[in-house]
Design a protein around this ligand. Structure first.
Ligand code: GLC
Length: 738
């Protein structure tokens, strides 16, 4: 497409010079226009937005993904406005675009940052082909409450794993250079603490002490700032009484002064005007004032900035220097993206949608995301030579759209290969395959097909039971107070159990579920999250042993919802539970005096451990860990130490294990978690092979933020574990000495 080059403002000059030069030519109204992000999802955006673009009162649009329309919007902005400033074009490209990868919680279960980077890259290439140059991803909110629908969109409960996966995603979206074809600006969201909403209810209040804020919720955002993420997005939620969008402490003191971040900050959808609803301001004018002085540079899908900032500056309440700082950050990313030189998208310069690279990446990601939670009696893998007939039962075996998961605005279910299709492809005519849906959907009550399902299952050699949640049961504003299997799925499991056949449950869901009420009734559980476009082939490859499961949980699976919050890196407390100290409700008569003696932190009606812990995931082989050791008994601050273990594959299958390193700071100026993930590595071993896995730790890796808000490395005793889960018991110790 040879459109005339827009006014070049001296391409090649240092970006800062170019920003200064352009700012010097802008009117106050044009500057404020750059701070406004308009929703473009109308019938015909150029007709609706054209005048605003011509007079420079919009600097960015979102939710326009027709490349011709995007180019028309850019043309109006570049060729029909006074200064020809191109637009940012934003979209939620969260886990794929047309080709959909597993939901981020599933991607986290791969513990594979290279895959996260490649997944973000293929997503960026597809989105850029549609004209998108800015994604509202990655979401790096540490999420420890599976009732929260947006845990699906997160990388789970661990700040370390979230930091690693978030950094890799940003690298994938932004590429080596933002000017590269297919590179799009990323957005670290939601700043900050959104994952800690009370009772897992979306948009609710969060109360996070400063040490917890720095040691947990801030770590992924610090990593994102360090890797050069193009933007940050504020959180809807109220943080300690001040909503993220109006919170000067986190948007200026922490983000700018402490992290030194130089990119721009966008509000969440209309969250500037929501400051009034929160009760932080009385009206939109005050909301605009509060947000812009707190540090918000662009208002998403609201008109507080457009209606009030000019007056606020002319009245002297907001300094024009503040506006220049905000607009400077916005212009800077536009220069870095090369938009002044190339504002238009030529889709012919980008790969086709659903390229082999995209589909292969989606399949690899799905394969590595699936977690084998349970496998008894050798139920898996299925041995084709011993199978005459298979029953496939359940409402989620053949749902091309549902397997994509939440946040798939542009996903194409027509590309999906469902589990049922993939299983059919594998077995062909060698095995008789009978499929009974049994339920209209996951929330259905006892379906009239339960009898049919029981009959078909009873006649088969094995039962593949596809259960879980549809995509609508997780994601933004889709939270659940009860996270057990919806509808009458538990009854369906019971009916399958009555057949006496081997039952393999395959779960599709956007969150950890409480499975205590079915875990003993099935022989194996493959937890597939929402595995995306290629979820079917990945599930089939694992079911029939063509591939070996390697996924590990990025979030704890509670026994019952009442255990929440329950996560691996909890504090020990002064009376931690142990099997000797707990009393159960059904033996309450035995011994339950109202006394604190010998009592500890437990619930009477459930065991104090989770059903499946963070980091858990089985294989088709057995991995043994032994001889965990530290390279020294003592290190000094600034020193390093190597923690190693011997890993043996004592089974008969070649397989990959995600080896995990955890530490505990046994005594410090503030109490520290009983375990903290400090490293992990994917190791492939053949049958009988042994290797030594080493992790190097420097004292900085063992630092934390103390009461004074400063990062510190304190002398003291550390424990270290290496294993295949957060409940690994192979432990060594070392000491930091002053
Ligand atoms: C939302 C979400 C945010 C998303 C934005 C644009 O409400 O909170 O994550 O990027 O709107 O769709």
């Amino acid at each position: 497409m040879n459109r005339p080059k827009p006014t070049s403002l001296g391409a090649g000059q240092d970006t800062a010079d170019r920003v200064r030069e352009l700012l010097s030519r802008m009117t106050l109204a044009e500057k404020i226009g750059q701070m406004c992000l308009a929703e473009g999802g109308h019938d015909h955006p150029p007709a609706v937005l054209g005048d605003d673009l011509r007079n420079g009162s919009i600097g960015a649009v979102l939710n326009v993904v027709d490349v011709e329309i995007v180019n028309e919007l850019q043309r109006i902005a570049v060729e029909e406005s006074r200064l020809g400033i191109p637009l940012l074009v934003g979209r939620d490209v969260i886990h794929g675009f047309k080709t959909v990868l597993p939901i981020p919680l599933g991607l986290a279960a791969t513990w594979n940052p290279d895959l996260a980077r490649e997944g973000a890259r293929v997503a960026a290439l597809e989105a850029a082909k549609a004209g998108v140059n800015w994604t509202f991803a990655p979401m790096i909110d540490v999420s420890r409450d599976p009732r929260w629908g947006r845990i699906a969109e997160s990388f789970g409960e661990c700040e370390y794993l979230t930091s690693v996966m978030g950094r890799a995603s940003i690298e994938g979206f932004q590429g080596d250079r933002l000017t590269d074809t297919g590179s799009i600006a990323a957005c670290a969201k939601h700043f900050i603490g959104y994952g800690a909403v009370e009772s897992g209810r979306d948009y609710a209040t969060t109360n996070i002490p400063d040490t917890e804020l720095r040691n947990v919720y801030l770590r992924p955002f610090r990593a994102a700032a360090e890797v050069g993420v193009g933007s940050f997005m504020t959180s809807f939620s109220d943080l300690n009484g001040v909503p993220g969008t109006g919170n000067r402490y986190i948007l200026s003191d922490v983000l700018r002064d402490e992290l030194g971040y130089g990119g721009f900050v966008v509000s969440d959808w209309d969250s500037v005007r929501q400051l009034k609803i929160h009760g932080l301001t009385e009206n939109d004018r005050e909301s605009a004032y509060t947000a812009v002085t707190a540090g918000v540079d662009i208002e998403m899908a609201g008109d507080a900035f457009g209606n009030h900032l000019l007056d606020l500056v002319e009245q002297g309440r907001v300094g024009e220097a503040q506006i220049d700082t905000a607009v400077g950050r916005i212009l800077s990313i536009k220069f870095q993206l090369g938009l002044f030189e190339n504002p238009y998208t030529d889709p012919g310069h980008l790969p086709e949608m659903a390229s082999n690279r995209a589909l292969n990446t989606a399949r690899d990601a799905a394969l590595q995301s699936i977690v084998l939670l349970k496998n008894e009696g050798g139920a898996l893998p299925l041995a084709m030579d011993r199978l005459r007939s298979l029953a496939v039962i359940g409402p989620l075996a053949d749902e091309a759209y549902e397997q994509l998961g939440t946040w798939v605005f542009d996903g194409d279910p027509g590309l999906s290969v469902t589990p049922l299709q993939a299983i059919r492809d594998v077995v062909g005519d060698r095995v008789e395959l009978r499929y009974v849906r049994a339920m209209a959907n996951s929330r259905s009550r006892v379906g009239d097909e339960f009898d049919e399902a029981e009959k078909v299952a009873g006649a088969a050699d094995a039962v593949l039971l596809f259960l879980g949640e549809e995509s609508i049961l997780s994601g933004e504003a889709h939270c659940r107070a009860d996270i057990s299997l919806p509808g009458d799925q538990v009854e369906l499991v019971r009916r399958m159990r009555l057949t006496g056949k081997p039952i393999i449950a395959v779960m599709l869901a956007g969150r950890p579920l409480t499975l205590s009420n079915i875990v003993d009734d099935v022989d194996a559980i493959l937890f597939a999250w929402h595995p995306g476009t290629m979820g079917g082939p990945a599930i089939a490859d694992l079911l029939f042993g063509r591939e070996v499961p390697s996924g590990k949980l990025p979030a704890t699976f509670p026994r019952i919802v009442g255990q929440i919050p329950i996560y691996y890196s909890q504090k020990n407390g002064g009376k931690p539970p142990s099997t000797e100290t707990v009393v159960f409700i059904d033996d309450i008569d035995a011994y339950a005096p109202q006394t604190s003696l010998g009592m500890s932190a437990f619930h009477l009606d459930t065991h104090f451990t989770p059903l499946f812990p963070f980091g858990h995931g089985l294989s088709y082989t057995e991995f043994d860990y032994k001889d965990v050791r530290a390279s020294a008994e003592e290190i000094h601050p600034g020193g390093t130490i190597t923690v190693s273990a011997e890993l043996c594959n004592r089974g008969d299958r070649e397989a990959e294990e995600i080896v995990q390193l955890y530490t505990r700071d046994v005594a410090a100026s503030i109490t520290r978690p009983v375990r903290e993930l400090k490293g992990f590595r994917r190791v492939r071993l053949g049958p009988g092979e042994t290797t030594t896995v080493c992790f190097e730790l420097n004292s900085d890796d063992l630092s934390f933020y103390g009461q004074d808000g400063k990062r510190t490395v304190e002398p003291g005793l550390f424990h270290a574990w290496i294993g295949g889960s957060s409940d690994a018991d192979c432990r060594t110790r070392f000491r930091i000495v002053a």
